[in-house]
Every structure is written in structure tokens, then in C-alpha cells.
Design a protein around this ligand. Structure first.
Ligand SMILES: [Zn+2]
Ligand SMILES: [Zn+2]
Length: 130
């Protein structure tokens, strides 16, 4: 997704940390599938990165065809080792590069963001064929 947001930036409305700081409740069922409850109590369902909120359905998504809910849940994925959620983060490699990876705060498992994105692309392509 060619959408830019700043990971971990509470002032960036597309960053997951901001959503959580504002009081959104996000329950992830599987990668790309989640239930989002707004602080006002509105509930949105996202299936395979397609949200049913008015922004998406009526306005086609304000962020390059995406609504903020879809962008938020792209920043999380279920941990394959435990039942908790991995969140995207940045770290600096020993070569000075800034890399993105998903991290599980419960078991400490990490996955390169590229791995997750590749899995998602494969899944999207399979859905298009089906
Ligand atoms: Zn939405
Ligand atoms: Zn884990």
C-alpha cells in the first residue's frame, strides 16, 4: 500500500498508536479481518482489508482508496506462535538501515514487514482468482 504514515507517531491519524490513544478498540480475528469500535461506540467490520464504514462505502476511502480503519489493521497481524497480536515497528539494523518488522510483545517473536506484505499479496491474488 503506497500510503505513508509514521509508525508510532501519536499525532499521525493513520498510525495505529493514535487510534489506541484515542480509545478505539480493535479486535483482530485474523490478518486483515477485525472489528473496530470507535470511542463513540460505532462498530465497523473489516474483512480482508475491506471495511464497512461510511468513509469506505460512501466516499471510497479518504486515503488512496483506504479508510483509516483498514490502514490501522494493516499495522497489526496475529502472532503465529501465540494468540496475541504483533504490531509493526521500526528498528535500526547494524548497517544503519531503518527496517520495519512486526513484533509480538508477549512472546517476543518478530517477522520482517516484507514477509507479512508478501503473504498479504499472495492472499489477495488468490482471492482474485477465486
Ligand atoms: Zn473504515
Ligand atoms: Zn507471540
Amino acid at each position: 500500500m503506497p500510503i505513508t504514515y509514521t509508525i508510532g507517531a501519536v499525532h499521525d491519524k493513520l498510525a495505529l498508536v493514535r487510534a489506541i490513544a484515542q480509545g478505539y478498540q480493535i479486535t483482530l480475528a485474523e490478518d486483515g479481518c477485525a472489528e473496530v469500535t470507535s470511542p463513540e461506540g460505532n462498530v465497523y467490520f473489516i474483512y480482508n482489508f475491506e471495511c464497512d464504514c461510511p468513509d469506505k462505502l460512501l466516499r471510497g476511502g479518504l486515503h488512496e482508496g483506504r479508510c483509516k480503519h483498514e490502514i490501522w489493521i494493516s499495522q497489526m497481524t496475529p502472532c503465529p506462535l501465540c494468540d496475541n497480536v504483533m504490531y509493526i515497528g521500526e528498528f535500526h539494523s547494524s548497517f544503519g538501515e531503518v527496517l520495519q518488522r512486526f513484533e509480538c510483545r508477549t512472546c517476543g517473536h518478530t517477522l520482517a514487514a516484507e514477509t507479512i506484505l508478501h503473504t498479504r499479496e499472495t492472499k489477495q491474488n488468490m482471492n482474485q482468482v477465486a
